[in-house]
Design a protein around this ligand. Structure first.
Ligand SMILES: O=C(O)Cc1cc(O)ccc1O
Ligand SMILES: [Fe+2]
Length: 435
């Protein structure tokens, strides 16, 4: 069945499951009795008092309120951690081979298949981020999850995710991304073994980047962000698990009904998805290589103007036309951390070694840039107009924070590539000497 969506970023939406017309109270949020005998529940994504243009909240009209559940207990079944001091910092360039799919003899769902690879900061103080990899081979059965710590930006690399949320269903395929904001319950169904990346930001939300002199249009268009429409199921007298990530730990509790019982909702605090092929690429049409911030899809800003807790940046297929220019990414040392993943294809600065489903991390002030082969070729290529990154989608999570890699990233995953530094070996001097 083709799913329906509402279009727009940050809009004030409203939606009713068509099976229950007029289920949304018309003139107020909290009638003494809601239509169809529903419960009203507010979900606040910002402080009540947040400035109006940044205030986020939604009202949900549901069969039972979320509070009807047994107490939470610790859940040990995933490799999530925010103990960034367990491992020593390591400034080396890092590259990971593609992360494994689960062993088929074991059923692993989206939550059980979460592994934290690196991060920084603390959800208690609402400052920081974590980067996770998911790898699963089974759907979540009578199990929903919410993240009390922050927003999740999910980047599928293998396999389509059917994500049921309290706001309705969305299908997210590789080359699409979705955001499930803090606190929103969701469950993931899959049809094939699936893998991808997750950027979690603590206690803050993603926004669209300002466009400055670009003008009113360009990059990701707000209308291409899609939010589910209301959908509910009636499942009562069953055993349903609600899983929560709270202060870096996973918890689980039982309840006797499905949390996907929201018949109608309205508000601007919602999950959404975005198709990366819809990104309008801006670039130099004269000379030189622009900074990759021109490819920012979403940003999560810190308190420091112009400085992101995390930017989500893509490297989409595009025309390359610059004259008298070394066209690939330049050699670079950055005051920001750069974590990259590859959804499909070959990244232009490193055509070998960095593979779909793998990752790289170039930490604060760690030198990085094109490998030897890329440098040699691009220094002497004939600069015709040509398409680059065709059939490719690489992305970067760029952060002002210093990230530390977890034990899973360093050892347990067994994917850290100790040979990475060799791709820069033999970058010989071409210095011609003084005239
Ligand atoms: O490959 C990288 O490291 C990411 C990157 C890309 C680019 O086009 C310019 C700078 C940069 O850090
Ligand atoms: Fe860089």
């Amino acid at each position: 069945m083709e799913l329906k969506y509402l279009s727009g970023f940050g809009s004030e939406f409203s939606s009713e499951d068509p099976r229950c017309p007029d289920s949304l109270p018309k003139d107020q949020n909290n009638p003494q009795k809601c239509p169809y005998g529903l419960y009203a529940e507010q979900l606040s994504g910002t402080a009540f008092t947040m400035a109006r243009n940044q205030n986020l909240r939604s009202w949900l009209y549901r069969i039972k309120p979320s509070v009807g559940h047994l107490p939470f207990t610790i859940f040990d079944g995933a490799n999530i951690t925010h103990n960034w001091n367990d491992e020593k910092p390591d400034p080396n360039q890092m590259r990971w081979k593609p992360f494994d799919l689960p062993n088929p003899i074991k059923n692993v769902d989206f939550i059980e298949g979460l592994n934290t690879i690196c991060g920084c900061g603390d959800p208690k103080t609402k400052h920081g981020l974590a980067i996770h990899v998911y790898s699963c081979n089974t759907s979540m059965k009578n199990r929903a999850f919410y993240d009390a710590d922050g927003d999740l930006l999910i980047v599928p690399q293998l396999g389509v995710l059917l994500i049921t949320t309290e706001f309705g269903k969305m299908e997210v395929a590789p080359n699409e991304i979705c955001v499930v904001p803090q606190g929103i319950r969701f469950s993931v169904d899959i049809t094939v073994p699936s893998r991808g990346y997750i950027l979690e930001v603590f206690g803050r939300h993603f926004t669209l980047p300002d466009l400055g002199p670009i003008g009113a249009n360009g990059l990701a268009d707000p209308r291409h962000f899609l939010t589910p429409v209301a959908w509910y199921e009636v499942k009562d007298n069953i055993s349903y698990e609600i899983m929560s990530k709270y202060q870096g730990h996973l918890f689980v509790c039982q309840q006797s009904h499905s949390p996907f019982d929201v018949v109608a909702w309205h508000g601007n605090y919602v999950p959404y998805k975005y198709d990366l092929s819809k990104f309008m690429v801006i670039n130099s049409v004269s000379f030189d290589h622009c900074d990759p911030s021109i490819f920012t899809v979403l940003t999560c800003q810190s308190e420091k103007p112009g400085t992101a807790i995390a930017d989500f940046v893509i490297f989409p297929p595009r025309w390359s036309v610059q004259e008298h220019t070394f066209r690939p990414p330049y050699y670079h040392r950055n005051c920001m951390s750069e974590f990259m993943g590859l959804i499909t294809g070959q990244y232009e600065a490193k055509k070998g070694g960095f593979l779909p489903g793998g990752a790289t991390l170039h930490s604060i002030m760690t030198p990085h840039g094109p490998d030897k082969k890329c440098f040699e070729e691009a220094s002497s290529e004939v600069l015709k107009a040509c398409k680059v990154a065709v059939g490719t989608q690489a992305f970067m999570f760029e952060s002002c924070l210093g990230l530390t890699v977890t034990k899973w990233g360093l050892e347990i995953s067994e994917k850290l590539d100790s040979e990475y530094y060799k791709c820069w070996e033999g970058l010989n001097s071409h210095f011609t000497g003084p005239k």
